[in-house]
Design a binder for this molecule. Structure first.
Ligand SMILES: Cc1cc2nc3c(=O)[nH]c(=O)nc-3n(C[C@H](O)[C@H](O)[C@H](O)COP(=O)(O)OP(=O)(O)OC[C@H]3O[C@@H](n4cnc5c(N)ncnc54)[C@H](O)[C@@H]3O)c2cc1C
Length: 595
């Protein structure tokens, strides 16, 4: 059951979710009895989606599982709760019903074109995971989730279209299926059976238990040590205190590490930043994930003898805006844009093809960073923002998160921007509006930030106007050479895109579509594409390539499988799926191993 938060202002409140009949007060004595009278067969570090899926599989096989998490119970499900619930399926009934022709072969071509696997050693398991995952997405995945009660909305969309070549990065057809109920629903379908297993005594949670060390005995991982953090009643997503009140040690069971990526650890992201490939790391980054996505377990697992690969591969977005109503520190929201906004770098030059809104994350990152700046600009108008802006985050989509069909129709089909987007227009520090370009540029210049060399760019209104007018002139030219306008025509071929996502081409400077809007786009940190290298059973590999007895990893900490299932570029909607697939593999392998 999903209920809306008490504050009804659009976009203001995180949805409050209860897991059906398990929303009764939790009997504390269960947590306290963990060490004395109950011994686990498996220890899981991290109660995010990957940890929950593994625990679900383990309890289905009748195994006793101890789940540790550094956060409190309110954070059950981790990042997945905040997600949009976008899932990658191949050749689904939803695709077929809307005339989209997809196949395993096409999806595999797209995956390889995006991944660009080029490291024999570091990619050896990631590549195998990729093949297995695409087969899962084209086969069993939908039924597995359907059987658990998960449903997707009938319109299939895009979150990222990709580069310019058929065998390059990106999806050739729409594959982004939104969960009805968004991220909280993805969490619910696994959390409910796990909470039921807790009631039966198969699962024990130890919240506010932060693992600091893996115990290795005779070459095998046999347990964990760590710190008990001060109790807190803080709500989901808030950064919690790190004061230590006690220590703990649990032994005698294999360990699954499902502790998430490094997205809130900017220092670690900078240290691993691929300067050669993308340019100098941005001076300013904002956080698309909660503070607990700290990456600590990676170094802890490496110190115990696990192998980390593909450290330089992360998936950070170029369309980040400061949340005007932050839940976690430095809270950033990603715009998932339709294709019409004009995209300018910090000095006011239009980005080259294929760097159009929603097309190619890494190519755009490189273009933005090329001149030493860490932000860029969308220039658009009210018609465009009303139809083409979507915000990634369950709390930014209260209609779909709350499974409220009436609200969906009201907010998306009635014209005008949905409430959460209007709220950003009103309160967001990255948004400026004006009735004419001169005033708009004055306001944009007031938001400029210095580059690495200390100079602050000043946008030239005449130059910006020249570029927009040149583009506007092409709107009525059927032979246009403007690649973005060609892409817009292409995008409007799909019925659902035409109806809900892509405005009819028009002159951006036409006052009938005003006011003009500019959005300062920041670099938003999010996903970790490298990590602990694992076999297809999710068993962690040692530096010599052999499986590490007693140690498993799943989800983002394992690069969503194998230490990097995505290679260099991710197809959208494959992170939740990667957690589900690798968590499932880990749970099943561990259930067999402890038999
Ligand atoms: C706003 C947002 C939108 C997204 N949208 C989508 C989408 O539409 N589609 C998609 O596919 N993906 C999406 N994602 C990505 C996806 O949600 C995440 O990649 C995924 O949920 C990660 O799950 P995980 O279980 O690996 O890690 P996490 O969810 O990060 O969970 C890890 C858990 O481990 C705990 N932990 C960490 N270290 C320790 C330690 N030392 N001791 C004890 N506990 C520890 C943490 O507290 C945390 O609870 C989105 C993410 C965000 C934030």
């Amino acid at each position: 059951m999903v209920t809306e938060g008490t504050d009804k202002s659009p976009g203001l409140s995180a949805p409050s979710v209860t897991f059906a009949k398990y929303d009764k007060p939790y009997p504390r004595e269960l947590e306290e009895s963990v060490t004395e009278s109950w011994t686990p067969e498996v220890i899981v570090v991290g109660a995010g989606l990957a940890g929950l899926v593994a625990t679900y599989e383990l309890t289905r096989a009748g195994r006793r599982v101890l789940v540790l998490d550094q956060e409190n119970r309110a954070n059950l499900g981790g990042q997945a709760f905040w997600s949009l619930g976008g899932l990658f399926f191949v050749d689904s009934p939803e695709q077929r019903r809307t005339g989209i022709k997809d196949s395993l072969e096409l999806a595999w071509q797209d995956w390889l074109g995006s991944a660009g696997f080029d490291r024999d050693d570091e990619d050896q398991w990631g590549r195998r995971w990729a093949r297995a995952y695409v087969e899962f997405a084209a086969g069993e995945k939908r039924q597995y989730l359907h059987d658990l009660g998960l449903r997707v909305i009938p319109a299939v969309g895009w979150a990222e279209r990709g580069g310019a070549l058929a065998d390059g990065h990106g999806n050739s057809v729409p594959r982004f299926h939104m969960t009805w109920g968004t991220g909280p629903e993805v969490v619910r379908v696994f959390a409910e059976p796990v909470l039921a297993a807790e009631r039966k005594g198969l699962v024990r949670f130890a919240f506010r238990h932060r693992v600091d060390e893996l115990i290795v005995e005779d070459g095998a991982v046999t347990g964990v040590r760590g710190s008990v953090l001060v109790p807190t009643e803080l709500g989901r997503g808030s950064a919690s205190p790190r004061d230590v009140v006690d220590e703990f040690e649990f032994r005698g069971a294999p360990v699954l590490v499902s502790s998430g990526g490094i997205g809130h650890n900017h220092e670690l992201i900078r240290r691993n930043w691929p300067e050669q490939r993308l340019g100098q790391a941005p001076a300013t980054m904002i956080s698309g994930v909660p503070a607990y996505v700290d990456g600590r377990m990676l170094a802890i697992t490496e110190a115990a003898g696990g192998r980390i690969v593909n450290r330089d591969r992360t998936w950070n977005y170029t369309e980040g805006i400061h949340n005007w109503n932050s839940i976690w520190p430095d809270h950033a929201i990603r715009i998932i844009p339709g294709p019409t906004s004009l995209w300018f770098d910090a000095i006011g030059k239009r980005l080259p093809a294929p760097c159009f809104p929603g097309f190619d994350t890494n190519a755009t990152m490189k273009a933005i960073l090329a001149h030493g700046h860490d932000y860029s600009w969308f220039v658009l108008n009210h018609t465009v923002i009303a139809k083409e802006f979507a915000l990634s985050g369950s709390e930014q989509n209260p209609d779909m998160t709350g499974k409220d069909l009436k609200l969906v129709l009201k907010s998306r089909a009635a014209g005008g921007a949905p409430g959460p987007i209007e709220a950003f227009l009103k309160h967001g520090i990255d948004f400026v509006t004006a009735d004419n370009l001169t005033d708009l540029v004055t306001k944009m210049n007031a938001l400029a930030r210095p580059a690495h060399d200390g100079t602050t760019p000043v946008l030239d209104v005449a130059d910006l106007e020249r570029q927009i007018v040149a583009r506007d002139r092409e709107v009525t030219n059927a032979f246009t050479k403007d690649a973005q306008l060609q892409a817009i025509s292409n995008a409007r071929r799909g019925l659902s895109d035409r109806l809900t996502r892509v405005v009819a081409p028009h002159r951006l400077l036409d006052p009938a579509h005003g006011p003009l809007i500019a959005v300062r786009l920041n670099i938003l940190t999010r996903k970790t594409l490298g990590g602990l290298q694992t076999t297809l059973d999710s068993q962690v590999v040692r530096p010599d390539g052999t499986p590490f007895p007693g140690l498993y990893a799943a989800g983002e900490v394992a690069g969503f499988g194998g230490g990097g299932v995505h290679g260099y570029n991710a197809l959208e909607g494959t992170f939740l799926g990667g957690c589900i697939f690798s968590g499932r593999a880990a749970g099943r392998a561990l259930a067999a191993a402890v038999r």
